[in-house]
Design a protein around this ligand. Structure first.
Ligand code: PEP
Ligand code: MG
Length: 325
């Protein structure tokens, strides 16, 4: 099987009936790029920039960030690279940022909420990102978006930073797409409103599942409630994809679910455009997709969202032969 996968490194991720999707990789640092390239990822669907900020005593400088982003963009040689702005807070702390202690940090001051207040820190990251945009195909993504006001505010800051850079004589790409993570139920439910304000969505199921089922993604005690295949999750995912497509935008997924064997046929059937996963999952997922018919996965997805339980959904995918390995 490993040998069969290795042959697919330079092949497209295309179904038996010629529907092409993008299989991208999630990374945390430029050091992950060797694995991305050797596994034939067609893009970076999520670059978690938190690691640049962690394990140190002060904020990373613009220059250091610029070098990291530029390296990833250059090594992808024009293939799409989605870089997420700082998603700190929640469980991830920074010693040099004096964040408030909260009873429910996962519902608290984090990610875009923090960046919209700590604007100097946010602007430094956006400067580094926009400067790096000249070296490849950059897409900027904001995390933990709950309201349209947050999107507008973040985009206004981004535009202001861009004008500042241009005035200073820097080269900035005019084709930088701006998107959001859909990982809060309000955003998934009202996706049609958000779709008018952004270029793309990336569904963050790691958080979307925990918030939708109110089940902490770290808690063993409620792990049985953390259900990727709960019909509510599938319906939210469908709503997000449909809303994007209605506005001519694309929809991806960068949560763990995107690389799972059971999820791939369902997501394909729901119309997902981009699947972002750990690099080692790319070739198995490509192999699976190349055995599937888009038309058949559509029928599967329609049936799945009408079922009552996660077990019924998983069982259906299995019974109908969509797990090909
Ligand atoms: C997610 O929430 O699905 C996601 C990809 O982000 P993270 O795992 O970094 O919270
Ligand atoms: Mg998340």
């Amino acid at each position: 099987q490993k040998e069969e996968w290795a042959k697919l490194v330079n092949e497209p991720s295309v179904t038996t009936d010629d529907h092409r999707v993008e299989l991208a990789a999630n990374i945390g640092t430029p050091d992950d790029m060797d694995g991305v390239l050797s596994n034939g990822a067609e893009g970076i669907g999520l670059y978690r920039t938190e690691f640049l900020y962690m394990g140190r005593n002060e904020l990373p400088k613009e220059e250091e960030q610029f070098e990291a982003y530029k390296e990833v963009l250059e090594r992808m040689e024009g293939k799409p690279v989605v870089i997420r702005t700082l998603d700190i807070g929640g469980d991830k702390e920074l010693p040099y940022l004096d964040l408030p202690k909260e009873l429910n940090p996962f519902l608290g001051f984090r990610a875009i909420r923090l960046c919209l207040e700590e604007t100097d820190m946010f602007r430094t990251q956006l400067r580094a990102l926009l400067r790096a945009s000249a070296f490849g195909t950059l897409k900027i993504m904001f995390p933990m978006v709950a309201t349209v006001e947050e999107v507008r505010e973040a985009k206004a800051i981004l535009e202001d930073v861009k004008q500042e850079l241009l005035k200073e004589g820097h080269t900035v790409s005019d084709e930088v797409e701006v998107g959001i993570m859909v990982e809060i139920p309000s955003t998934a439910v009202a996706a049609d409103i958000f779709a008018k304000e952004v270029d793309f969505f990336s569904i963050g199921t790691n958080d979307l599942i925990q918030y939708t089922l109110a089940a902490d993604r770290m808690s063993e005690k409620v792990a049985h409630l953390y259900q990727p295949y709960h019909p509510a999750i599938l319906r939210l995912v469908k709503n997000v994809i449909d809303a994007a497509h209605k506005e001519g935008k694309w929809a991806g997924m960068c949560g763990e679910m995107a690389g799972e064997e059971t999820a791939v046929p369902l997501l394909l059937g729901l119309g997902l455009d981009e699947f972002s996963m750990s690099a080692t999952s790319v070739l198995p997922a490509r192999s699976q997709i190349r055995h599937l018919s888009k038309k058949e996965t559509e029928t599967l997805a329609e049936e799945a969202i009408q079922l009552s339980t996660e077990n019924e959904v998983a069982e259906l995918v299995n019974r109908k032969g969509f797990i090909v390995s």
